[in-house]
Design a protein around this ligand. Structure first.
Ligand code: IPT
Length: 997
């Protein structure tokens, strides 16, 4: 194993060494590179150079102490025998992290550069990897034309040698670079050597919110370019919705023919043809196979005809407004970092499509190009974003921002050119984004201008310049709801420079980031979606972000966990701000994704029990509902009693239709004892490329109304004194009035609980004190409340226990009274909790409810209420009323950073049972929120990772009258007023029994 030498070792920096590495810190994008171009499928010869390369790592550029030499190929001088073997593509810090971590470790920072901000200088401790491999050109490798050596992505800067000849160097990590190797290749064995530097001037342009990782992380290949071939092609494929004609024009660097057999098109490059076509949309990703050929090369393209436009300030595709239900996607794999397999890319899109997502912003760089092939094929609107972010300059008031410094202009333009040229043939790409978080600057303007000249067929996006002078869409991030409402109504403040106002007001509005999906949440998605749907100016939004970027690790005893910032001993890091995705690091959906799926469902199903109708509103932008099958189902107290198919006439996109209830359902409307709910669901009628027939797209639910009856409590028993306390029917209490057992089950009695392990949205705040900090603050100290008994009174009706609840040092607290009664008829124990705050409260409560401990064996959970997943006041759209079963383990949500989780909403009753039939049932009067966990909120609060949580021999059950909402304050607006849990006098009632619910 190569030893990563200590970076602080003193090294001699000689003048000639400085010269040799000048390219690392110069502002140029690279030297010796070929012109950027598209690289479509072709029949020209190609040779993959992926696989095992020889590799070794030095601690810095100037670390010549251990024979770290010029990698120019020289068989006499170079013996790679002692080198390691490393897979290409891969990121060198992602290797053997649970073992020796031979190539250093990942580091995570959000905005801060992980080196002194002294552009364009980077540290001498610049981990530098030497890569080398040999390859033999196939015997039939063509002798004519040229051969290019292509790198799809190298992070962050590299120089290349072929057979000892230096071809050049490059920067721009997530963009392709090609070098002409023709003159230096030999028919036999060849050697390619690449030297890769972790840091370079390019790092100043790549300050995205992700892990700092290095290496040849995307594929490498040799590509033959035949004489008279097609080095570059640009297919323009528009769709005219008025005529139904698609117009194809292929520009190419060589003169050739373009044929689309299915459309009968056979034209010359540079010529156009218009024929009737089915247009491409994200909902109907219709692609036509085309071949562009010259005498020496055949290039295959997949053509999607579509036209993107802005009309009257509305974003349109093919003449119709579109609503982007999007996600921001970093490329991430918990084992390999930003090196992704094709399967993983497909998996991402499948999961997105299955959750009704129709758009991706490739935050914040051009993705592996195979991802865009898949977006074309499966149907996704894409904002393709340039690999450019200079966020770290924010901390110095944007002094020295490369986006505003003409010396960096070529580097910026080069990045844009390489992205646009690479991706210009993808119908899925509807906007080019200049980058992310670069503030303002002339270089951005120049990038926009170049892009518009090069490709008039797409829109230009950039968020960082609010005046929006050179973009086609007004884009912002994390805008609160009420401001979005004003923006949607075009009632926003004027631009800073009044010259821009008219232009900006004419633009559609986009939230390129919103709803920060960090930890539990985001709350408020439904409210955002309503605004997007209300205002036609709103083009929709992109949730931040798609995936938790955790690094998979294992404890010594083999338990899996996911690392975030700081877990690799980084001194500068941004902790778990990197785990903020809609899917967890292993790509399992988080509750946030389930919620998002429901909120953005493209079909809205309304059920009106009065009118006995079902309404179906088709929110698709293009397709009708013919691909959907509808069913209805009736449940009594969550138990299915009847179901059937629902005939819904085909509803056109943007229309709604109402159907009467089917006869059978009609007959079921009278309801007996329990609650009767009608659920209507829409499923895919047949297999799609991304889901099978039967996949659920949307649902609606409504109760058959009935008067809500308060719990019937019959004649109650009086408490009887027993040794050390009281007995009340089947319940025993200690002298302090705390419940100790019920029907023989040992309990640690319910008592008032106001605390929750703060969620990221409580904990993380920008420029203000977080909600959790207020909660912990000395005068409140809700995390360390004490309970003081004031009085226990055994009366005729039961037991009354009065307490005061407050923390040491705090002047605010709660009066809490517990009224217990026992109804022998039903064998139920009833508890009425009455709370009244005292002192001056100016903060919301984390939760309001009671907590009790029960034996660990009661592991089987059944409940009737909202489910199946967790739901909170402002994240409850996906909670469906029903009867659910789960184990205690399944009731937990494994957020990478432990926090409040797993609460089920609107629970009518919940039952915990062990294997021997012992069971405890809780009733609400009428409802409660319910969590059960094998550890306490305090344990959750103290843990850094789920693997820190140790199961106790108890289960801790919370029965809550309410919980404070989640909001999105970890980056964005806090909890909306209607979901804040305010301290006020409250009474709630709970029942305890052993019967079935
Ligand atoms: C915004 C960034 O664009 C994004 O990359 C990510 O860091 C996100 O925040 C938070 O996770 S910028 C923020 C300062 C609004």
């Amino acid at each position: 194993m190569a030893e990563l030498r200590h970076p602080s070792r003193p090294v001699r920096i000689e003048a000639d060494i400085r010269n040799e590495y000048r390219y690392v810190e110069d502002l140029g994008p690279g030297t010796g590179r070929s012109v950027p171009r598209a690289a479509p499928r072709t029949d020209a010869a190609a040779l993959s150079l992926d696989g095992d390369w020889r590799f070794r790592l030095a601690a810095g550029l100037h670390d010549t102490t251990d024979g770290f030499e010029d990698p120019a190929f020289d068989p006499d001088h170079h013996d790679t025998g002692a080198w390691d073997t490393l897979a290409v593509p891969s990121m060198w810090q992602m290797h053997d992290l649970d073992g020796e971590a031979p190539y250093g470790k990942p580091q995570y920072t959000n905005i801060h550069y992980p080196f002194p901000v002294d552009p364009p200088r980077v540290p001498d401790a610049n981990p530098t990897g030497e890569y080398r491999r040999t390859f033999t050109l196939p015997a039939d490798w063509p002798a004519d034309g040229r051969t290019l050596l292509r790198f799809e992505g190298v992070d962050s800067c590299f120089a290349v040698w072929v057979n000892g000849v230096r071809l050049g160097d490059g920067k721009g990590s997530r963009l392709p670079t090609e070098f002409d190797a023709t003159a230096h290749l030999t028919p036999g064995e060849n050697t390619v050597a690449v030297r890769v530097h972790q840091w370079s001037s390019g790092s100043y342009l790549e300050d995205q919110d992700t892990w700092w990782l290095s290496g040849i992380f995307r594929p490498v290949s040799l590509l033959h370019r035949p004489e008279g071939g097609l080095d570059d092609v640009f297919a323009h494929a528009d769709y005219d919705h008025a005529t139904g004609l698609g117009t194809l024009l292929v520009e190419a660097t060589g003169a050739g023919r373009v044929s689309v057999p299915e459309l009968g098109i056979d034209i010359a490059t540079g010529e156009s043809a218009s024929v009737p076509v089915e247009p491409w949309t994200a909902e109907t990703p219709r692609l036509y196979d085309a071949v562009v050929s010259t005498a020496t090369e055949r290039v295959s393209l997949r053509i999607g005809f579509r036209t993107v436009s802005v009309e009257d300030g509305v974003l349109k595709a093919n003449g119709r407004p579109i609503l982007l239900r999007g996600v921001n996607r970093h490329e991430w794999d918990p084992d390999t970092g930003r090196t992704l397999s094709a399967e993983t890319m497909r998996r991402d899109i499948e999961i997105m499509k299955r959750h009704n997502v129709n758009a991706v912003r490739t935050s914040h760089y051009a993705p592996d190009r195979r991802f865009l092939d898949l977006c074309d094929e499966l149907g996704m609107w894409v904002i393709d974003e340039c690999d450019l972010e200079t966020h770290g300059f924010y901390h110095s008031g944007w002094q020295g921002n490369p986006a505003a410094d003409p010396r960096w202009q070529e580097a910026c333009l080069d990045r844009m050119r390489r992205m646009v040229e690479r991706d210009k043939n993808h119908p899925s790409v509807i906007m080019w984004s200049l980058g992310n978080e670069c503030n303002e600057g002339e270089n951005l303007k120049a990038m926009a201008a170049w892009t518009k000249r090069r490709d008039a067929g797409r829109l230009v996006h950039y968020e960082g310049d609010y005046d929006s002078p050179y973009v086609d869409i007004y884009s912002r991030m994390y805008t609160p709801h009420e401001e979005l409402d004003r923006l949607g109504s075009r009632e926003e403040e004027p631009t800073r420079d009044s010259a821009n106002d008219e232009h900006r007001r004419s633009l559609p509005f986009l939230l390129c980031e919103y709803a920060h999906a960090m930890g539990n949440g985001p709350g408020g998605l439904s409210e955002y979606q309503r605004l997007f749907e209300r205002h036609e100016r709103c083009a929709g939004g992109f949730v931040w972000e798609w995936i938790d970027q955790g690094v998979r690790r294992r404890t010594e005893d083999g338990r899996e966990w996911f690392a975030y910032g700081g877990d690799f001993g980084e001194t500068l890091h941004d902790a778990n701000f990197i785990t903020d995705g809609l899917v967890f690091s292993d790509r399992s959906p988080s509750p946030g994704l389930i919620e998002y799926k429901k909120v953005i469902e493209p079909v809205r199903i309304g059920i009106d029990p009065q009118e006995r109708t079902v309404s179906v509103a088709n929110g698709h932008d293009f397709i009708d509902t013919a691909h959907l099958r509808f069913t209805w189902q009736v449940e009594d107290d969550g138990v299915p009693v009847a179901d059937g198919e629902l005939e819904v006439p085909t509803v056109a996109a943007g229309s709604a239709s109402q159907v009467p209830w089917p006869e059978e359902l009609h007959e079921l409307t009278s309801t007996g004892e329990g609650e009767r709910w009608v659920t209507v669901r829409a499923f895919l009628d047949e297999d799609r490329a991304w889901a099978e027939a039967g996949h659920e797209i949307a649902w609606g639910q409504a109760p058959i109304p009935r008067p809500e009856t308060p719990p019937q409590i019959g004649a109650v028993v009086s408490p009887a004194p027993i040794a050390g306390g009281y007995r009340l029917g089947g319940a025993e209490f200690d002298a302090f009035g705390r419940l100790t057992s019920f029907e023989g089950i040992e309990l640690e009695g319910p008592q008032l609980d106001l605390w929750r392990a703060p969620v990221d949205n409580d904990r993380v705040a920008w420029g203000t004190l977080s909600t959790a900090a207020h909660w912990r603050e000395r005068n409140a100290a809700l995390d360390r409340l004490e309970h003081k008994l004031i009085d226990v009174e055994a009366g005729d009706g039961g037991l009354t226990v009065a307490t005061r609840v407050g923390a040491a040092g705090a002047a605010i607290g709660m009066n809490a009274r517990y009224d217990w009664s026992y109804d022998p008829q039903t064998a139920k124990l009833w508890l009425t909790v009455s709370v009244a705050p005292y002192g001056k409260w100016d903060i919301p409560l984390p939760r309001l409810g009671v907590r009790l401990a029960v034996p660990r064996d009661l592991d089987a959970v059944t409940w009737f209420g909202g489910g199946p997943g967790e739901a909170y006041a402002d994240t409850r759209a996906a909670a469906r009323v029903g009867r659910y079963d789960a184990t205690v383990a399944e009731m937990q949500t494994p957020y990478a950073f432990p926090q409040e989780n797993g609460s089920r909403i609107d629970v009518r009753w919940a039952r915990l049972a062990d294997r021997n039939g012992t069971a405890l049932t809780f009733w609400g009067a009428p409802r409660f929120a319910f969590t059960v966990r094998p550890w306490t909120s305090e344990d959750l609060d103290a843990a850094m990772h789920p693997t820190d949580l140790v199961e106790s021999d108890r289960l801790y059950v919370n029965l809550d009258a309410g919980l404070h909402g989640m909001g999105s304050a970890s980056c964005g607006p806090g909890v909306l007023p209607e979901y804040r849990l305010l301290p006020e006098p409250t009474t709630f009632m709970l029942g305890f029994g052993t019967e079935q619910g």
